[in-house]
Design a protein around this ligand. Structure first.
Ligand code: ZN
Length: 263
């Protein structure tokens, strides 16, 4: 593990005493274009986006160095499965050659100090959750399907099952594609907005859209959890990876992450 605690482009968030949380950007790593948003090397943290696995491992170790703890990532499948990690996983992920995945799931929770949790995104909504008093943290990956499936609810349920009180839980909703940019067919907007009304949006072009970050904030608010929303749009902000922006030019891109740990 590198001795550096600095990492370019990191966006820290305050989720309480004893909790370390931040969002990464597309810069500060070793990956070349198109897995970089800067000339200095990209911090692509996602496997399965055609980047070299050794570069992804190097990028992930930079994030672990910044956090001061190993970071576990799941294989995200747009579902609502929550994986609970503990001391055994902390040991696995702290090994010289950590695992590539904690398993299939779209949320992670832990009460284990010194084990980071990561959620990978490039337009979907990264959510960080912490109850600093109960000493339990979690992450969730909420895209359109995850918002419909209620993955944020399942993650919050998992925190509550480990002693968290929603009134005490602090949440951060990280950079994602915004409602002005996320154009969808009208039928799709209607379907998602029928389930989560706060997602209803109109794009800057006047077409049907979805505001997934607003939907996640509303889902959390319905449970009594106040969320801090990072007001950055992945599609508009060139410092961040955006699947939609890349797809528009028929290329691939990297994945940034939301990271949290009990310290
Ligand atoms: Zn936008």
């Amino acid at each position: 593990m590198s001795d550096t605690r600095t990492l370019e482009g990191v966006h820290p968030v305050d989720l309480g005493d004893g909790v370390h949380a931040f969002f990464t950007s597309g810069a500060g790593g070793v990956s070349p274009s198109p897995w970089s948003t800067s000339d200095g090397g990209g911090l692509n943290l996602g496997l399965n986006v055609s980047d070299d696995a050794a570069r992804v491992a190097a990028n992930r170790s930079r994030v672990a160095a910044r956090l001061g703890a190993p970071v576990a990532f799941a294989t995200q499948v747009h579902g609502d499965v929550v994986l609970a990690l503990g001391a055994a996983e902390r040991e696995q992920w702290a090994a010289p050659v950590p695992p590539s995945t904690a398993g299939e799931g779209d949320a992670l929770v832990t009460a284990e100090p010194g084990l980071g949790l990561g959620v990978l995104v490039a337009d979907c909504v990264p959510v960080l959750l912490a109850d600093p008093e109960a000493r339990v943290v979690g992450v969730a990956h909420a895209g359109r399907q995850g918002v419909l499936a209620g993955v944020v609810h399942r993650a919050l349920d998992a925190l509550v099952a480990r002693g968290a009180d929603p009134a005490r839980v602090r949440a951060a909703v990280g950079p994602a594609v915004c409602g002005r940019c996320y154009e969808v067919p009208e039928a799709m907007r209607d379907e998602v907005a029928a389930a989560v009304p706060a997602t209803f949006a109109t794009t800057s072009a006047g077409t049907p859209g979805l505001d997934l970050p607003a939907g996640v904030v509303a889902q959390l608010a319905a449970r009594g959890v106040v969320a801090t929303q990072v007001p950055r749009c992945t599609l508009e902000d060139q410092a961040l990876f955006s699947h939609r922006r890349a797809s528009a030019t028929a290329t691939t891109t990297g994945r940034q992450a939301g990271i949290i740990a009990l310290i």
